[in-house]
Ligand binder design. Structure first.
Ligand SMILES: [Zn+2]
Length: 243
């Protein structure tokens, strides 16, 4: 499979995931009586389009930098002979970085200023999975560059991570009411909608937990996982707080 094929797969799988989750949100909504879903989606998709342009341009620049580093340093990838195992290890390690970066976005006041834009969406649905402040996207691109170099990641591994993580990220932002047993089962592997709903709670004691992007294991390992049922009265959004 070429990188161009993989790039198309990433786009197609994100669009299909979005479409399926949008339909499920219509027939099985967790929070009922949402108003102006289309208007809400228009804002988030507009922001996502701008972010996709920024991210593509900055990732292209990062790949040029990485191409200069690669002849001298192959990173973790260079230590693993089997290419399938190398890709798997890199995807898992990069997800650990996604967890650390997300945690930093809550802990560092400057980063929180931008990340709170994502949390300010009080009517969270699948489109919230795209809604990030453009400056958060830029900072994320800059800070992940040393991580990409350390791991030896190139465009293939970045696309592979996006292919696997985007449907999960869209799923856990969605307003779909999964049966609680299914949500609980999912939460052992990935952040389930219930788990991530708590992360979007207006209560900082809850929103400063459940940072996982693709795998939930990091929250278990680092003690930042919370779980509770009956979230029907949960208030989403951002509480005014000093940062
Ligand atoms: Zn967050």
């Amino acid at each position: 499979m070429t990188e161009s094929d993989l790039s198309q797969f990433v786009f197609i799988s994100a669009v299909i995931s979005c479409g399926v989750l949008w339909v499920l949100e219509s027939v099985l909504p967790f929070f009922q009586n949402r108003h102006s879903r289309y208007q809400h989606a228009l804002v988030n998709v507009s922001v996502a389009t701008l972010n996709a342009l920024i991210s593509s341009a900055m990732t292209a620049g990062a790949l040029v930098v990485l191409s200069y580093i690669r002849p001298h340093w192959q990173g973790l990838k260079g230590l693993i002979e089997n290419p399938f195992l190398a890709s798997a290890v890199l995807v898992v390690c990069f997800d650990l970085w996604a967890y650390i970066w997300h945690r930093l976005n809550h802990a560092v006041p400057l980063l929180w200023r931008f990340h709170r834009f994502h949390h300010a969406d009080a009517e969270m649905d699948v489109t919230t999975g795209f809604r990030f402040h453009p400056l958060e996207i830029m900072l994320s691109e800059i800070f992940r560059l040393p991580v990409l170099a350390l791991l030896g990641m190139g465009s293939f591994e970045i696309l592979l991570y996006n292919l696997l993580s985007f449907p999960i990220i869209l799923m856990h932002h969605s307003n779909v009411a999964l049966p609680i047993w299914l949500d609980r089962m999912l939460s052992y592997l990935v952040p389930s909608p219930n788990v991530h709903r708590l992360h979007h709670s207006a209560n900082p004691a809850e929103s400063n937990m459940n940072f996982g992007s693709m795998f939930s294991v990091w929250d278990r390992v680092f003690g930042s996982l919370i779980w509770r049922e009956n979230l029907n009265a949960l208030r989403l959004g951002v509480e005014v707080r000093e940062v």
